[in-house]
Ligand binder design. Structure first.
Ligand code: PGA
Length: 241
């Protein structure tokens, strides 16, 4: 079974969240589905989502509590019923200046609360054109995922999202995605042996119902992280088929 994760980013009002889940209930889903609404809508989404859909957050603090105005505590997310968090999404890295070091702290803290972490990596267009894709991604893995403390298999997921493919309609070819996924698999195996081998790898970047099948057919692609196409229930259902 593949894992399809919807990242709603800063979209959807309450009415749209309600409409999405009521439409979702009407359609069949063959793959595992998780959704990350805005943190403000996690409670609402949990009250509406079918039980087999996990709800998570798009970001969480590297701290549990204290004087950190505007931050979302991973402890509180867990308390609320969230199951997972995205860490190091390229928009967090680029717009909010998160580094591999920040991402490492966030990952470790979220794992300690028994949240699953979807750790995002990916190169910019300039880096790809300079032939640096694999070295950039390896560095993001090494610096972001070393010294994690305790975690159990299944708790860590890695999403490969080439920055040039996010929200642009320019999807990586299945071969381009597979090449990087295979390198990520090798790196994780070196870092964590059998546990690393079992980490699920998602591809993200302009995944749509019409290109998902070919991408999911690649050996090292275990699922997708989807932005734009996860906002409409009909598209999300199509992806989950
Ligand atoms: P997109 O976004 O599917 O709209 O390209 C993917 C993501 O940012 O996770």
């Amino acid at each position: 079974m593949k894992l399809i994760v919807g990242n709603w980013k800063m979209n959807q009002n309450q009415e749209q969240v309600r409409a999405f889940f009521s439409a979702l209930k009407s359609g069949p889903r063959q793959q595992e589905a998780w959704l990350a609404p805005q943190a403000l809508h996690i409670g609402l989404a949990l009250s509406l989502a079918p039980h087999d859909i996990k709800i998570g957050a798009q970001n969480s603090s590297e701290q549990d509590s204290g004087a950190f105005t505007g931050e979302n505590s991973p402890a509180t997310l867990k308390d609320l019923g969230a199951s997972f968090v995205l860490v190091g999404h390229s928009e967090r890295r680029q717009i909010f200046h998160e580094t591999n070091v920040t991402c490492a702290a966030k990952t470790k803290r979220a794992l300690s609360h028994n949240l699953a972490v979807i750790y995002c990596v990916g190169e910019t267009l300039t880096e790809r054109e300079a032939g640096q894709t694999l070295s950039v991604v390896k560095q993001q893995l090494r610096q972001g995922l070393s010294d994690l403390g305790g975690w159990h298999p299944g708790q860590l997921i890695v999403a490969y999202e080439p920055v040039w493919a996010i929200g642009t309609g320019k999807v990586a070819t299945p071969a381009q995605a597979q090449e990087v996924h295979a390198a990520i698999r090798t790196e994780l195996k070196e870092m964590y042996s059998a546990a690393g081998q079992a980490v699920r790898l998602l591809y993200g970047g302009s995944v749509k119902p019409d290109n998902v099948k070919e991408l999911m057919g690649q050996t090292d692609i275990d699922g997708a992280l989807v932005g734009g196409a996860s906002l409409k229930a009909t598209d999300f259902l199509a992806l989950c088929q």
